[in-house]
Design a protein around this ligand. Structure first.
Ligand SMILES: Cc1ncc(COP(=O)(O)O)c(C=O)c1O
Length: 418
């Protein structure tokens, strides 16, 4: 099948059996069929290469198909794939132990699942069970997933409204506004759930001291603090966990994306001994998952933590992130009419445009130049750059140069239109 026929075949099957509307959007955005991926590069059905600056929305911290993670999974496959569940799992036991070693102080236990939304669901359930309370304070613009519980605390009305009534008790306060959160957290609050940096909200970094004030307000009222590090976790922000920068430990810590090393789907909901004791002492199977903690995924997770440590990826994220942010900011300074801000931490960088339409045009221009990016789900004005933490300086230069060209071409196009 030649490349054109292959594309048409996939598009037709998407239209007939997956999601015709998403298919249309993706085709319009110039996305082809992903055929191969290695390191920071994705190759499509036409043999075109793209530097992956989307990074699977934070999944590909180690790049695509990191050889150590692939080897660990292949090796595991030769012995046992999915867990029997009735038996003990050495892989799950080892991964939980290794996670406890790198987790923020006090976070010692893991519940394994398969995705970010599942990790958030577990956190909400544990918070309600532990406190016996209903109210969950969340933030506007937040993204915690699209399953019904996670959706109930996701701060975008557009996703929620058709599915009401959702889990009761969710309240929203502006992100970054500690006083608003302090006013909302009270004796009826089970938990405050917050991203340390909003990802889908548009790479929004809260003011210094924000997490500490949330921690104090939760402590004052006996509420739990859930810090959702599904996207920021494992080095993305230049810290192993973004909450480390503020020296704040959560009570519950949903994780996913990068944990599987970009090779296996894997989520975890970590928490304190006290909370896990409270939930599981009453019923050891109060929460469970058939596939969660399977041997293949845990083997990937174990190898991922080793690679992050051995390749110094947390520090690399800080250094390469600064380079990327500086380069993008320089390119933007030549187009200050188009761009309102460049911001972020580590290799989680957002460019906010002054107008809605610009983001889409710049994405198309970047795709044309072999750079894969997307805008933030909850804020289409923000282009997000979340490349693998292994990205080289030469690749960053290429991204920055292409971004500069894309901005120039977009500016020219806009002048022709007005
Ligand atoms: C902070 C955060 N929480 C939860 C999720 C949901 O994760 P998943 O798509 O794996 O269900 C996401 C996904 O982007 C996220 O960014």
């Amino acid at each position: 099948m030649d490349s054109e026929a292959l594309f048409s075949d996939v598009l037709a099957k998407y239209s007939d059996h997956l999601n015709p509307y998403l298919a249309k959007l993706m085709a319009f955005g110039g996305f082809g069929v992903e055929m191969e991926a290695e390191g920071c590069v994705i190759v499509d059905h036409e043999g075109r290469s793209f530097i992956d600056c989307l990074g699977g929305y934070g999944t590909f911290a180690l790049g695509h198909r990191h050889p150590r993670v692939v080897a660990a999974v292949k090796n595991q496959l030769d012995h046992m794939a999915l867990s029997g569940k009735a038996f003990f799992s050495k892989q799950a036991a080892d991964l939980a132990t290794n996670l406890a070693e790198v987790a923020p102080p006090g976070i010692e236990y893991s519940f394994f699942c398969n995705s970010g939304a599942e990790a958030v669901e577990a956190a909400l359930k544990f918070a309600k069970g532990y406190t016996g309370r209903v109210k969950i304070v969340s933030t506007e613009g937040s993204y915690h997933g699209k399953t019904l519980g996670a959706l109930a605390v996701t701060g975008r009305e557009k996703y929620r409204k058709r599915y009401a009534p959702l889990m009761p008790g969710a309240e929203f306060v502006p992100f970054g506004d500690a006083s608003a959160a302090e006013a909302a957290i009270d004796g009826s609050t089970a938990a405050m759930i917050v991203e340390p940096i909003q990802g889908e909200g548009g790479i929004v970094v809260p003011p210094d001291g924000y997490l500490s004030r949330l921690r104090a307000a939760c402590d004052q009222h006996g509420a739990l603090l859930i810090i959702d590090e599904v996207q920021t976790g494992f080095g993305r922000s230049g810290y192993m966990f973004a909450c480390e920068r503020d020296g704040v430990s959560p009570d519950l810590l949903p994780l996913a994306k990068a944990l599987g090393g970009g090779v296996m789907p894997l989520g975890a909901m970590m928490g304190t001994r006290e909370i896990f004791d409270s939930i599981f002492s009453a019923n050891p199977i109060a929460h469970s998952s058939t596939f969660g903690g399977n041997a293949l995924a845990c083997a990937a997770g174990i190898a991922t933590l080793e690679v992050i440590r051995d390749e110094n990826l947390v520090q690399k994220s800080q250094v390469q992130g600064e380079l990327l942010k500086k380069g993008l900011a320089e390119a933007c300074s030549r187009h200050s009419d188009l761009v309102s801000e460049v911001r972020g931490r580590g290799l989680m960088v957002g460019v906010e445009f002054a107008m809605d339409e610009v983001g889409e045009l710049v994405v198309a221009q970047l795709m044309k130049r072999g750079i894969c990016v997307a805008y933030a789900l909850n804020n289409p004005r923000v282009l997000r750059f979340e490349p693998p933490l292994i990205i080289s300086t030469a690749q960053i230069d290429q991204v920055v140069d292409s971004f500069g060209e894309a901005l120039t071409e977009t500016a020219e196009l806009l002048t022709m239109l007005v």
